[in-house]
Design a protein around this ligand. Structure first.
Ligand code: FE2
Ligand code: FE2
Length: 224
């Protein structure tokens, strides 16, 4: 993706504010410093690869942290909670469009990112590696299909959150109508209609818990 200089500065500021918010949250939870350091390492690689990928990952991470609180999961066991779910995209070719229409070859490559993420994260974050392998849904179907059987509640919630973030921010997504992104309420209705019925309660729980409320920064700058 190519940005104009002004867009570039806005994007940089947004990512810095998101990074600060995410890492402040981790520090407040008393996460071990080495886990935070590894998370920063992977995120910095994402930022170098594609700023939009980094922005998406941080917002998913913040939504997932909110969900962790509402679902009552153990922070230490689950950390870093999904912010690294797309780590495998670091290993994709640089000219592969992160957003937009993919041709057949691009699409084959894109489908490898769960495997690449799994292999990359496994030595440091075994739990996150498994989520990276299982997180991906495309038009509400999980791929690779052979990992679908043993998806836990946390990964189901992560997949819903991943979908919401993508649908609410991708200007070329299939839910954009007359140039306008769908609202969070419209996204909820689409998900309840199109996701498997068994996920309805997770979608409602995440929305009712306010997981998708705007991300507000202390400076008052609110890019989301
Ligand atoms: Fe993904
Ligand atoms: Fe994602």
């Amino acid at each position: 993706m190519i940005f104009t200089p002004t867009q570039e500065r806005t994007k940089d500021l947004e990512i810095r504010l998101l990074e600060k918010k995410y890492h402040d949250f981790s520090a407040r939870l008393g996460i071990k410093p080495e886990k935070i350091a590894w998370t920063k390492y992977f995120l910095s690689n994402m930022k170098a690869k594609d700023k939009e990928l980094c922005r998406h990952s941080l917002i998913v991470g913040i939504y997932v942290e909110r969900a962790v609180i509402s679902l009552g999961l153990n922070p230490e066991e689950e950390y870093p909670y999904g912010v690294l779910h797309d780590t495998g995209k670091i290993g994709l070719p640089s000219n592969l469009p992160y957003q937009g229409r993919l041709n057949a070859e691009d699409w084959w490559l894109m489908r490898q990112h769960p495997f690449i993420g799994y292999l990359t994260l496994k030595p440091v974050f075994p739990g996150e590696a498994k989520r990276a392998l299982q997180h991906q849904t495309q038009q509400f179907k999980r791929y690779p299909t052979d990992v679908s059987d043993s998806v836990d509640l946390f990964t189901e919630a992560l997949s819903v959150i991943d979908s919401v973030e993508a649908m609410s921010s991708r200007a070329n997504g299939r839910y954009v109508k007359e140039g306008a992104l769908p609202s969070m309420d419209q996204i909820r209705d689409i998900l309840l209609e199109e996701k498997p019925k068994k996920l309805g309660w997770i979608i409602k729980e995440l929305y009712d818990a306010g997981v998708f409320r705007p991300i507000v920064f202390q400076s008052g700058y609110n890019p989301v």
